[in-house]
Design a protein around this ligand. Structure first.
Ligand SMILES: Nc1ncnc2c1ncn2[C@@H]1O[C@H](COP(=O)(O)OP(=O)(O)OP(=O)(O)O)[C@@H](O)[C@H]1O
Ligand SMILES: CC(C)(CO)[C@@H](O)C(=O)[O-]
Ligand code: BAL
Length: 279
């Protein structure tokens, strides 16, 4: 496995590969990330993984300083997975302090998580553009746990005519349903025990969705389920068109996605589920 810390090094590796699928990550890898690596492997060709905790997608009061990191363990896991190259630059390698250019999906960046984390999707779109320009992958895999992030990337690629195929990969969960996340390790034991409430609320919603329930009734039910858990600080519960992320009112007529953001202490967790109405 080639470990590349500079743009020049990963570009030199790229020049030796015919077809490359990239898995962008912020490290502290878990089975969710490894499922993306396997999805990338299924494309054929070479697999590259980037590990970069991108400062521009964190707000000033967010957890950049405490974001979990373990480079040696990450590299071991990727080696075991048979990854061909890892791009693991430091901040100075990625960002020129004199840079002026940003990439932003103007509407999508403002709603849902974008409202809770202003500037977040500008940071994501900009760094993913840079990663695409540096590595020039044919395809890139993103997890559907970050549902809005996948929508932002797809929109950016379409709007800017980027020649990269975007692949969404399903959410990997712990045995009790909690969506895997690097941030889960920062939950206290009590919060960890309560956190599967997100998945339970989504499971209940999936059962209710085909009964002809309205979007607002479904949303209230999910919110009430979450609020019944005293440790959960509910940040947002949204029901949107699964394809366009537009708001929905009245009975569900098309697949909808339920998007949750909940804090436990200082730990920000997200989860989502696509539900289908009655046939
Ligand atoms: N449970 C999961 N199942 C599938 N994909 C996942 C899962 N968790 C993260 N990913 C995907 O892995 C990629 C890298 O994500 P990232 O490194 O931010 O990990 P994370 O676990 O989501 O961390 P965070 O604590 O920031 O939420 C993203 O495309 C993300 O959607
Ligand atoms: C796509 C990404 C690697 C960009 O920093 C990040 O947002 C993530 O890990 O999901
Ligand atoms: N997976 C999303 C990265 C972040 O929370 O900043």
């Amino acid at each position: 496995m080639e470990i590349c810390r500079t743009k020049d090094a990963i570009r030199a590796w790229r020049a030796t590969a015919e077809h490359v699928t990239l898995v962008p990550t912020m490290g502290f890898l878990h089975a969710g990330h490894l499922s993306l690596v396997r999805r990338a492997r299924a494309e054929g060709g070479k697999v590259a993984v980037s590990i970069f905790v991108n400062p521009t997608q964190f707000g000033p009061t967010e957890d950049l300083a405490t974001y979990p990191r373990d480079e040696a363990r990450d590299l071991d896991l990727l080696r075991t997975e048979g990854v061909d190259a890892v791009f693991i630059p430091d901040v100075a390698e990625v960002y020129d302090p004199a840079a002026q250019t940003i990439v932003e999906t103007t509407e999508l960046a403002k709603v849902l998580i974008g409202k809770l984390r202003p500037g977040h999707f500008r940071g994501v779109a900009t760094v993913v553009t840079k990663l695409f320009n540096i590595i020039r992958p044919d395809a890139a895999v993103f997890g559907e746990k970050d549902y809005q992030q996948v929508a932002v990337i797809r929109t950016m690629v379409r709007d800017l005519d980027m020649d990269v195929t975007i692949i969404g990969a399903p959410i990997e969960r712990e045995a009790d349903g909690l969506a895997m996340s690097s941030r889960n390790v920062r939950l206290t034991p009590e919060d960890r025990a309560s956190a599967p409430i997100l998945a339970r609320a989504l499971d209940e919603a999936a059962v209710m969705a085909p009964t002809g329930v309205t979007a607002s009734r479904l949303r209230s039910h999910v919110r009430a389920t979450l609020e019944a858990e005293p440790r959960a600080q509910v940040q947002s519960v949204d029901i949107r068109d699964a394809e366009t992320l537009e708001t929905i009112s009245g009975p569900l007529t098309r697949p909808a996605v339920i998007l949750l953001a909940v804090k436990f202490g200082q730990v920000f967790l997200i989860d989502n589920r696509v539900v289908t109405p009655k046939e």
